[in-house]
Design a protein around this ligand. Structure first.
Ligand code: RIB
Length: 280
């Protein structure tokens, strides 16, 4: 079993399912409100664990009820949470999410305690692979990727300015099509593989400007695409670290991402390995 350490965010997701997403300045009513554990880091850690890895999460939460609620499924799923710190001066991160019947969403994040995961409080245990995203300070991601010995995956979400060293250190960079456009030519500084996802149209894996694999997800009825990208990130890392080929790994990751879109909520939707293999 491979070991994966995730450095990243923990959020409590407040989800409004609504007949259609509002335009700027518009109010849409009659939504139904739910609460789910989320945060890209937490989702990726739990997804990796459910897909068969031994996951450890390095993160920060506030000293509040939301912090406990946000960690409930991680705890139940067996993710190692000994590296989760509780800070007293910031609230647990919160994500405000609107989901339309098509499964599309709008997400606004108030990072709160995730901002407290600064380089000076960072300790990264040895493991086979490291996964980072950008919902914690970018300096922390830069330090972790420079220090870590093992396979490094960086999911460049949400899009923001980063130190080029992150691209140079990563074995695998993952972006969705919106992020790929935002980063543009700067992604050519990446030394490793780049996976670009295109939702229901699938994903492409490239290296040094050459495509090395393409895959399409199985057809599914999308209910909520929240955490589909996090599941794709975890699945691609798990499969590559297991030694699967780029083609097999990309196919597995596309199926895992699709499976995560079939259920409402970030962490309740993260699929087991069996579910992904059945879907494939
Ligand atoms: O990627 C999905 C996640 O983004 C949600 O769970 C939300 O918390 C935001 O961080």
């Amino acid at each position: 079993m491979s070991s994966i350490v995730v450095i990243g965010s923990i959020n409590l997701d407040l989800v409004a399912t609504v007949a259609r997403l509002p335009s700027p300045g518009e109010t849409v009513t009659d939504a139904v409100l739910s609460r789910f554990p989320g945060g890209k880091g937490a989702n990726q850690a739990l997804a990796a664990q459910r897909l068969g890895a031994e996951a450890t999460l390095i993160a920060c939460v506030g000293e509040d009820a939301a912090g406990v609620e946000a960690q409930a499924l991680l705890l139940e799923g067996g993710v190692d949470l000994t590296g989760v710190q509780t800070v007293t001066d910031l609230p647990t991160g919160t994500a405000l999410i609107a989901v339309a019947p098509s499964g599309e969403n709008h997400i606004v994040v108030a990072p709160g305690a995730n901002r407290a995961l600064t380089p000076d409080v960072l300790t990264v245990p040895d493991s086979d692979a490291l996964i980072c995203q950008l919902e914690v300070p970018v300096d922390t991601v830069a330090k972790a990727t420079q220090d870590f010995k093992g396979f490094i995956c960086v999911n460049l979400a949400p899009a923001m300015h980063i130190d080029v060293s992150i691209l140079q250190c990563a074995d695998l960079v993952i972006v969705n099509e919106i992020e790929a456009t935002w980063y543009g030519d700067s992604l050519s500084a990446a030394n490793g593989m780049i996976a670009t996802t295109f939702g229901a149209a699938g994903a492409v894996l490239s290296k040094n400007g050459e495509d090395i694999a393409r895959a399409k997800p199985p057809r599914i009825e999308a209910v909520d695409t929240t955490a589909a990208g996090d599941t794709f990130t975890a699945a691609l890392t798990v499969a590559l670290v297991e030694g699967q080929s780029p083609e097999e790994s990309l196919q597995f990751a596309c199926a895992a991402g699709a499976a995560a879109a079939t259920k409402l909520g970030a962490q309740p939707s993260l699929p087991s390995r069996e579910k992904v293999e059945t879907l494939m």
